[in-house]
Design a protein around this ligand. Structure first.
Ligand SMILES: C[S@@+](CC[C@H](N)C(=O)[O-])C[C@H]1O[C@@H](n2cnc3c(N)ncnc32)[C@H](O)[C@@H]1O
Length: 282
């Protein structure tokens, strides 16, 4: 029984399932810093046109679907799919507030609930690394795209290229435990450019282009970096119940380890991602 609970917890962490207040924290702390600018870059790279159908896989709180829908205004049907009901509820609240018409649907990326050759564009921002079978998901994305339709992905580079998150994961592992370290490392798969290109090509896509994007992230302090990242992640509950002494030690050590990234305004560091655009041959 204990093992079952541990397995469930591990699976929630590896597939990045968040709950409670975390979708709101995710939207407040993480979306403006990097998910929104990356959604705008993906949209600019693909330039979707009105009149078609667009799918955002693993949409989370829906920043890509919302960005595309607000670019197109009228004349396109946008669907956001995620397996997490709480993320979808937040997405729906936000699109309603913005006056955007988007269908939010619950489902699994490895079995997309859509017919063949349906969509003009399929987007997936920072989702691929959490799927248990990413190659199967790419095949599904290929299947549901129309011939000539385009795929737009972005996937974080490995943790080696995101050094502040390596520091944060290492400190979490030391002070909170192995699960906490793996959760913070999970968004940064060990996939290089060649691996991603091969995965996309093996799923049947052609005309693949890949760009590296580097963004500068800033937080008012290393403590805020920890607080915001934890509150917006599957670690939220565990961090809230952390004993005061452990929490203080973690904050002190994190502050010391992030020393190379500190300035008079807090901490600032680069975050690197890969953007991939590809086409299903007509
Ligand atoms: C880091 S979030 C990215 C969300 C969103 N694309 C964005 O840009 O903010 C990862 C999302 O993948 C979703 N997810 C993980 N595994 C999934 C699966 N098998 N099928 C559908 N969604 C999944 C999670 O629920 C979460 O919302």
């Amino acid at each position: 029984m204990k093992e079952d609970i541990m397995n469930d917890a591990n699976s929630e962490i590896q597939t990045w399932q968040i709950s409670g207040n975390s979708p709101a924290a995710y939207e407040r702390y993480l979306v403006p810093g990097f998910f929104k600018p990356w959604a705008e870059t993906l949209t600019a790279y693909t330039s979707p046109t009105s009149g078609g159908e667009i799918l955002d896989v693993a949409c989370g709180t829906g920043i890509v679907a919302r960005t595309v829908a607000s670019t197109l205004k009228n004349g396109a049907r946008v669907i956001g799919l995620d397996n997490n009901r709480e993320m979808l509820n937040k997405a729906s609240e936000l699109s309603e507030k913005a006056g955007l018409e988007i269908d939010w649907q619950q489902g699994h990326a490895d079995q997309l609930p859509y017919e063949n050759d349906r969509f003009d564009y399929v987007f997936c921002q920072q989702g691929m690394q959490f799927f248990p079978e990413p190659q199967q998901v790419l095949k599904e994305m290929h299947r549901v795209l129309k011939p000539g339709g385009r795929l737009a992905l972005n996937i974080m580079r490995s943790i080696r290229h995101n050094p502040a998150f390596k520091i944060l994961s290492d400190e979490l592992e030391k002070h909170v435990g192995e699960n906490a370290g793996s959760m913070m490392r999970a968004p940064f798969p060990e996939w290089d450019q060649k691996k991603i290109r091969n995965m996309v090509e093996d799923a049947g896509f052609r005309d693949i282009s890949l760009h590296l994007e580097i963004i500068s992230m800033r937080f008012p302090s290393s403590e805020e970096f920890l607080r915001r990242e934890a509150a917006s992640s599957p670690l939220a509950g565990e961090m809230e119940s952390l004993a005061g002494e452990t929490r203080n030690k973690l904050i002190d050590h994190l502050h010391e380890s992030l020393e190379p990234y500190q300035d008079d305004k807090g901490v600032v560091f680069p975050m690197e991602t890969m953007m991939i655009i590809a086409e299903k041959q007509g």
